[in-house]
Design a protein. Structure first.
Lengths: 395, 367
């Protein structure tokens, strides 16, 4: 056990730090609060810049434009990005999930066709997985694809699609064989979102914004050569995509949470309660301390998980607790923020009296989604129960 | 960066697990807790032969010279077996205090016999106020003599000498010293006996000023958290096993999500506790600037988690979990006693608060 950075890790971090110091935009604050439709070109340019510096996809193999970074280096990447408050990468799904899946499962011509434009943000990708009747039970999805000569005819509906209204391409999971067990009749198609028969509707969520879309497909034609992996092997292809969801990306959460708790501690020194700073209230002190401690433990868990994967090549038992830990912690963190801010906690962005321009009321609502998106807490506990502890399957 | 055990650390942990399973199985543990002091000379000599009594102490005093992480691993395994008796009081607590506070002469005189397995000892800290803050200690020495009372002193009746924390200094009192009276307290934890220790003009040898005492207490606190991790792991293991075999409505109860999800939470709490303890061990070993914060994080989290894991384990065992015959309550009792020892979660949260709120210091080591 040695938690000091190795020479290689230090070199990686220092090179990145130097690059970020010279290249990270200084005007991000002017764009941050604007709707994505307005900031999209700005964010696209930022990703292109990262790509030109060789930093868009550090985890990818060198031959595909990455740096073949180790998990620890990937974690450092996200930490450094969070440290300088760098804007997000706009093709997040393409870089984080879909690109790696194409590299793992795609044909040579598919890799050549799609990979470079994912890196440069020339083509934005979205993910068509969940359906109104297939959430946790993804394999029950109903969108169907019927082969007609050298094309599939696709009909159905997807929901909770991030970047749906900006997507140029979509990794779409469809049912190609309804006569076999539900996991066995699925196929993944790479779909041009400009195809006739595609309709995208923004989905308004409880925060009031639309991060997600609904996708409707009516007799959409997709060339059969756009199949990713084998026909009827879509479950395995989709699972390999979801595996990347639990990668190093979580590393940046530590700094984001830490920034939140640091800000709350700062606020606790100036906000008054019963004639004295909230920072002197013993109950609030307890809660802030608990939260600070849990943020560190989240990081310790993460470091152990990375070390385990690095040593054994497979995600260890520690990995499966991350999702539950960070999502529930974030909810507790935002609840503490509300307790600390009192009546001011409810004020929305734009209200002249809102603290930090209403970020806390937004975050409070947004964190309800954390225990639902990317695998609900219930599904995560099923995974631990069955796959880690070896208890019999409950469903 | 590598946050996993090295091969030799894995080896130590596995051999300790085997050792405790072989030498201190549940039957032996239950036999020992029925005795007055839970001490067994044969078991002690085996612990000594393994090098466990000198594990973290310098070789010059007969120790093995391993690090704090190794100490955490050993104590975790002792905790898994619910090792009864004065091992923790002697090796972890007394050893850490002697190592931090004593002069080389003191170490030769007191630490070396601990390493060699020749003596048992303990440290008396608490008084009637039961505060873990060393500033609240009232007992004082006058002309090298102690008069007063210490409470909640673990394993005092089997100790060959007692280390006594006084207002500004730390003393050693021989168990045969005049004016020393040791009488039992009835504690919930049956594996670690507690005593009232009274001094009446009792001669005491001064070890040194207590400036270095906090570090010794931090090491002890982290090790106690490690012991809790072992107990949690054992509780989790037997509970999962029970959930797989116990059938109701024709199915193993572990198939029901109401049960399964509790097991998942026990796992999350146990693993998170372990991460916090290993980090604390590393921070102590490296003398990292955040070592004290890391210790408080670990003790805070483990204190709460051990209780919660115990609650869940007993609940899942149903009626069986409520019986005397089942070992779960013995772990549960230990967890409650350890929860308050060296500061409960509330105590350590306030300590963290004073670091992150009042001094503005952010806890863990940044990369």
């Amino acid at each position: 056990m040695d938690l000091n950075l190795t020479g290689e890790e230090l070199a990686f971090r220092d090179e990145l730090r130097a690059w970020l110091a010279a290249n990270v935009p200084t005007d991000w604050n002017q764009w941050r609060e604007r709707p994505l439709e307005e900031s999209f070109p700005y964010l696209r340019a930022w990703q292109r810049k990262l790509h030109e510096g060789g930093w868009a996809a550090v985890s990818w193999p060198k031959e595909y434009g990455g740096r073949s970074a180790t998990l620890m280096q990937q974690a450092l990447f996200w930490e450094e990005m969070a440290r300088v408050d760098a804007p997000p990468m706009v093709n997040a799904l393409g870089l984080g999930l879909i690109g790696p899946t194409i590299i793992a499962c795609g044909s040579e011509s598919q890799k050549k066709r799609y990979i470079p434009k994912i890196l440069s943000a020339e083509e934005i990708w979205c993910q068509g997985f969940s359906e109104p009747n297939a959430g946790s039970d993804l394999a029950g999805l109903q969108t169907e694809a019927r082969l007609d000569a050298d094309h599939y005819i696709v009909n159905g509906q997807k929901v909770w699609t991030s970047y749906g209204s900006f997507g140029d391409w979509c990794e779409l999971v469809v049912r190609t064989d309804a006569s076999v067990a539900k996991h066995k009749g699925l196929t993944v198609l790479l779909v041009d979102m400009k195809s006739p028969g595609v309709e995208v509707r923004p989905l308004r969520q409880m925060t009031g914004e639309s991060e997600f879309s609904e996708l409707f497909f009516r007799d959409m034609r997709v060339p059969a050569k756009n199949t990713l992996g084998k026909v009827n092997d879509g479950w395995n292809v989709a699972m390999s995509t979801l595996m990347y969801e639990r990668g190093s990306y979580g590393a940046r959460l530590h700094l984001i949470f830490k920034r939140s708790i640091t800000r709350l501690i700062e606020l606790s020194r100036t906000l008054q309660r019963n004639g004295r700073p909230v920072a002197e209230d013993p109950l609030i002190r307890q809660k802030l301390a608990q939260c600070s401690a849990e943020i560190e433990i989240m990081r310790f868990n993460q470091m152990r998980a990375f070390s385990r994967i690095t040593a054994t090549g497979v995600p260890g038992p520690e990995g499966s607790i991350q999702k539950i830990f960070w999502s529930e912690l974030n909810q507790r963190l935002q609840q503490i923020a509300q307790e600390l801010l009192g009546c001011y906690g409810q004020l929305l962005a734009g209200d002249p009296r809102a603290i930090d321009n209403g970020i806390w009321s937004y975050a409070y609502l947004r964190t309800r989604g954390n225990t639902i998106e990317a695998g609900t807490s219930e599904v995560q506990r099923n995974i631990i129960g069955h796959f880690v502890l070896g208890l019999p399957r409950s469903y | 960066m590598q946050f996993g055990l090295t091969e030799s650390q894995e080896f130590l942990k596995n051999s300790a697990r085997k050792f405790f399973a072989g030498e201190c199985p549940s039957t032996e543990m239950r036999r020992l807790i029925e005795t007055d002091t839970a001490y067994d000379a044969t078991l002690w000599s085996k612990l000594t032969d393994q090098g466990y009594t000198g594990i973290v102490f310098p070789e010059s005093y007969g120790g093995v010279g391993l690090g704090k992480i190794e100490l955490m691993l050993l104590i975790e395994e002792a905790g898994r077996a619910l090792l009864p008796g004065p091992f923790f009081s002697t090796v972890v607590l007394s050893g850490a205090v002697l190592d931090a506070v004593g002069t080389p002469e003191h170490k030769k005189k007191y630490l070396e016999p601990i390493c060699k397995g020749e003596v048992r000892s303990t440290v008396a800290i608490l008084e009637a106020g039961a505060s873990w803050n060393p500033r609240d200690v009232q007992l004082n020495a006058v002309n090298g003599k102690l008069t007063g009372e210490k409470l909640f002193v673990s394993d005092a009746a089997i100790a060959d000498f007692l280390i006594v924390v006084a207002r500004n200094s730390v003393f050693v009192v021989d168990s045969k010293a005049r004016g020393l009276k040791i009488s039992p307290m009835s504690g919930m934890d049956l594996t670690r006996k507690l005593y009232v220790v009274e001094f009446s003009n009792t001669p005491a040898e001064e070890l040194g000023p207590n400036v270095n005492l906090p570090r010794a207490l931090d090491i002890t606190t982290a090790a106690l958290a490690a012991e809790l991790v072992g107990g949690m792991q054992r509780t989790l293991d037997v509970t999962v096993e029970y959930a797989k075999t116990r059938k109701q409505f024709g199915k193993p109860i572990g198939m029901f999500q109401a049960v399964q999800h509790q097991c998942a939470d026990m796992y999350l709490e146990t693993e998170s506790s372990r991460s916090a303890v290993y980090y604390a061990g590393w921070a102590l070993e490296e003398n990292a600037p955040d070592a004290a914060a890391a210790v408080s994080i670990a003790k805070m989290y483990c204190s709460d988690a051990a209780r919660t894991v115990g609650n869940r384990g007993i609940q899942i065992h149903g009626g069986m979990g409520f019986t005397w015959e089942n070992d779960l309550h013995l772990y549960y009792r230990r967890a409650k006693a350890s929860e308050t020892a060296f500061g409960d979660a509330t105590f350590h949260r306030e300590r963290i608060a004073s670091m992150v709120i009042d001094s503005g210091r952010v806890s863990a080591k940044g990369v």
